[in-house]
Ligand binder design. Structure first.
Ligand code: GLP
Length: 243
């Protein structure tokens, strides 16, 4: 059974989800934080920066592992997830660069990079708390709807719908990479705790399927029903189809 925290709107969702990360770091300052990118978690990162600036939150011994990265984008590329993390969180807080981990999108051999990243995550024993957003098609990380659940870190071909949804961040759709490196379902599900942030009317249908539908690789987020400690922080619009 997933815990659901009902938020009024995006700002309220961001504040409530940030409180969960805040609490985790208070309890365990050297936590391994599993991080996500995208619009859903931007406000949450802004809140964490606020908490840090007022002296309440210390990241000096925290470690982070991001879920995913586009294949072919280097960290200097403004559309890369490493760039997003540097700009929207890391450079505003006192985290050590060497404690932050994002798959290397510019690696010559993407498959070898998956093996390296997975082994590193193993070394740290997985995340203490994993943040997730939800794709319009139900993806978590970049685990796209498929005939089966993919276990480990892997290279994935992005769905046409994902390419279109993410085109808003690029000059035009043709520039969106066609592949990504993503944590697999087991890499995500091994986290001690999971926080899923969902906002907006356009996610209402898919959130209902994730929370109440059958567990199926056709809706990758539905696997979260099997995790023992998931908190869904969602706003009223996103929850509008759930009773
Ligand atoms: C993106 C990312 C996911 C993210 C999701 C939702 O494609 N790969 O990690 O959680 O899709 O994005 P957004 O929050 O912008 O709706």
């Amino acid at each position: 059974m997933m815990n659901v925290i009902r938020a009024k709107d995006y700002a309220d969702m961001s504040a409530k989800a940030a409180d969960l990360i805040f609490a985790q770091l208070l309890m365990k300052p050297d936590s391994v934080l599993g991080l996500a990118t995208g619009s859903s978690v931007l406000g949450l990162y802004a809140k964490l920066i606020e908490h840090h600036r007022r002296g309440a939150l210390d990241f000096s011994s925290a470690k982070t592992f991001n879920l995913d990265e586009y294949v072919g984008l280097a960290e200097s590329d403004e559309q890369s997830y490493r760039y997003y993390m540097n700009e929207n969180l890391f450079r505003h807080i006192n985290i050590k660069r060497e404690n932050t981990h994002v798959p290397d999108g510019a690696a010559k051999d993407a498959v070898a990079e998956c093996t390296r990243y997975g082994a590193l995550l193993d070394q740290f024993g997985g995340a203490d708390i994993q943040l997730l957003g939800l794709g319009l098609n139900g993806h978590i990380g970049f685990n796209e709807p498929d005939g089966h659940f993919e276990k480990d870190v892997h290279v994935v071909d992005l769905d046409e719908s994902t390419i279109q949804a993410n085109a808003r961040f690029f000059a035009d759709e043709r520039q969106v990479p066609r592949q990504a490196i993503t944590m697999g379902i087991q890499s995500i599900m091994r986290a001690e705790a999971i926080v899923l942030c969902v906002s907006g009317k356009q996610k209402a249908g898919i959130l209902k399927a994730v929370l109440c539908g059958p567990v199926t690789p056709g809706v990758p987020g539905s696997i979260l029903q099997f995790h023992r400690n998931v908190t869904v922080v969602a706003d009223a619009e996103a929850l509008s189809e759930v009773g």
